[in-house]
Design a protein around this ligand. Structure first.
Ligand SMILES: Cc1cc2nc3c(=O)[nH]c(=O)nc-3n(C[C@H](O)[C@H](O)[C@H](O)COP(=O)(O)OP(=O)(O)OC[C@H]3O[C@@H](n4cnc5c(N)ncnc54)[C@H](O)[C@@H]3O)c2cc1C
Length: 551
């Protein structure tokens, strides 16, 4: 295949994966589907073959390969003829272990990630709960610190690999009042006292175990915390672009296989003295499906290319997931129709393809949530700062979460409005009203904050910079402010003057809460309470002013 994305090495890898799946996995599909599990031996075999650590570095036992190797792998997985196998393997390799790799300590990596690459341990990511799935910020499972342990209480559901898995990465609330800003990720063994699991009976994906998990005063070593406390929401969001790409790629591979099988069938099956593939009414529908599939496939590749080039690709990964999984659902429906009655019986592949395709528009973020994200970018004008811009402003950690935060925004607060951008704290201020610890005064109203802004200016940060900011406040007697930065000087005026390089929208209360430290700015942003039209400018702005005195 000639491609700008795939070279010879990718194609050789693809052939190896295909051969392995066709010879060592697909022949067992019926048995594993009936048993509703996949055997441990296949995990270890995949580990031996280096198929469970494609993106992870060699130092951890991975292959250190890129996303296009991963795509080649994912597109071949559906040749297992089991959506459940695709789900189990992709969760283990690309979803459950992502935060462990990026944020986990060496000890956690050794305990969970390294054995998952060798296939000795199977992992699960437990975010969804009985009362909340799409709205991640609303999870209720709690973790309370007790000496050198976390005590976990709550319930999770729909957890892939949840019954058979050896470890979980669990999203918990470590601060139950803080919404998204109170979520942490904790890694734990799955056999700890107080953990109970129940296997769910599903319409499809039979070979994948999908669990309800109950945590009753489960004690986990404090060292199980992944990264920093209360940063879990960002860590979850960090994995979303890849997770969506992964699901999209499996959708593409599933559609390619379904179409391939259907074309074979239509070549051999005759009606009215002709093979089915000679009927123009059917040929045109096949041609449409093949065209849509090719278009979806190219979008998936383009998204992978963007991610490889450090672009957030939030819009494109949501589009890829939406298009590829919805197409897969429609395509297998059409293909089943082309099989006639044989499409409806278990002996033929389309019956399982049809059931399995149904899960993919729900798991890993529903189609509706994907549309919400796309609506944010394409209707509300949301833009994303390139990672490099954020890194330049010294916010490397923020940069890694940019894309995901925007996705989170769409997930947690789908109320659209102005252009929204990932935004750091709106700058804090000193002035008149309350007294700070060192006798400094902290303003209590908008005029106080804005009038005092020049006092906090750091001219050395803006020496070569000219920029104008418009602040618009809802629910305020002083709703509009302009801040103009001109090299080493800054001027503030009430009202909107000139053309803004950046527009900031929020309420007076949220702004004051952020300035005085009562509201976490990132959480405010995540919940859609602060909207900013130019993230790079805003990043620079936050560095141009000292924090409010007394904070
Ligand atoms: C087979 C399977 C495997 C899964 N594996 C895992 C796993 O390993 N780990 C894990 O944590 N989770 C897993 N999930 C859970 C999955 O991520 C959730 O089912 C999904 O995010 C939807 O959440 P929900 O089921 O609670 O639906 P809800 O969030 O209750 O949504 C119900 C309906 O409302 C729509 N909706 C919700 N919010 C909006 C909105 N803002 N705008 C428009 N429509 C909206 C949804 O799209 C959906 O149609 C799995 C699910 C399935 C089916």
């Amino acid at each position: 295949m000639k491609s700008i994305y795939f070279g010879e090495e990718h194609e050789l890898f693809r052939q190896t994966v295909r051969q392995f799946i066709e010879s060592e996995v697909a022949p067992h599909a019926n048995a594993w589907e009936a048993a509703r599990r996949i055997p441990r031996s296949i995990w270890r075999r995949m580990g031996e073959m280096g198929l469970l650590g494609i993106l992870f570095p060699e130092a951890l036992g991975g292959s250190g390969a890129g996303l296009f190797h991963a795509l080649a792998f994912l597109e071949e997985l559906p040749r297992s003829r089991m959506g459940g196998f695709c789900a189990a393997v992709s969760v283990q390799q690309f979803i459950a272990t992502g935060a462990l790799f990026r944020r986990g300590t060496d000890a956690l990596k050794r305990r969970y990630l390294v054995p998952s690459i060798t296939g000795e341990k199977v992992g699960a990511i437990a975010i969804s709960e009985p009362d909340t799935g799409s709205d991640v910020a609303a999870i209720r499972t709690t973790a309370v610190r007790d000496a050198d342990e976390w005590v976990i209480n709550g319930a999770k559901t729909w957890i892939t690999n949840g019954v058979e898995g050896d470890f979980y990465v669990v999203a918990v609330k470590t601060d139950r009042d803080a919404g998204a800003g109170g979520i942490s990720l904790i890694a734990m063994d799955s056999d700890l006292p107080g953990i109970r699991t129940n296997r769910l009976r599903k319409m499809g994906w039979h070979s994948s175990d999908t669990a309800e998990i109950v945590f009753e005063s489960v004690r986990v070593p404090a060292s199980g915390l992944i990264g920093r406390e209360s940063r879990g929401f960002y860590y979850i969001m960090e994995t979303f672009a890849v997770e969506r790409l992964v699901t999209a790629a499996i959708g593409i591979g599933s559609s390619v296989l379904a179409l391939e099988e259907t074309l074979k069938y239509m070549e051999s099956r005759t009606a009215f003295g002709r093979p089915l593939n000679r009927f123009q009414a059917l040929r045109h529908r096949l041609a449409d499906l093949a065209t849509e599939l090719e278009a979806a496939r190219q979008l998936v590749y383009h998204t992978a290319w963007l991610l490889e080039n450090k672009e957030p690709a939030i819009r494109e990964s949501a589009m890829s997931k939406l298009l590829a999984t919805e197409l897969n659902k429609r395509l297998v429906d059409e293909c089943l129709q082309f099989y006639g009655g044989f499409g409806y019986v278990e002996e033929y592949p389309m019956e399982r393809f049809y059931r399995d395709a149904r899960a993919s528009t729900i798991a890993a973020g529903t189609s509706e949530i994907m549309r919400e994200i796309i609506g944010k970018t394409d209707i509300d004008g949301v833009a994303f700062a390139p990672v490099e811009d954020l890194e330049e402003t010294g916010m490397a950690e923020e940069a890694q979460t940019t894309a995901s935060r925007e996705a989170g925004l769409a997930q947690a607060a789908p109320e659209p409005a102005l252009p929204v951008l990932p935004v750091p704290p709106v700058p804090p201020v000193p002035s008149a009203a309350a007294s700070g610890p060192a006798g400094a005064t902290i303003p209590t109203d908008l005029p106080g904050f804005f009038q005092a802004l020049p006092l906090r200016h750091r001219p050395e940060k803006t020496i070569d910079w000219r920029s104008r900011f418009h602040f618009r406040f809802r629910e305020s007697a002083h709703p509009e402010w302009t801040v103009a930065i001109d090299g080493a000087s800054v001027s503030v005026s009430e009202g909107l003057t000139g053309t803004a390089d950046c527009v900031v929208q929020t309420t007076e209360k949220v702004y004051l809460d952020i300035e005085t430290g009562r509201q976490n700015p990132e959480t405010a942003f995540l919940m859609g309470k602060v909207k900013v039209s130019n993230v790079a400018a805003m990043m620079k702005y936050t560095k141009a002013f000292r924090p409010v005195a007394g904070r």
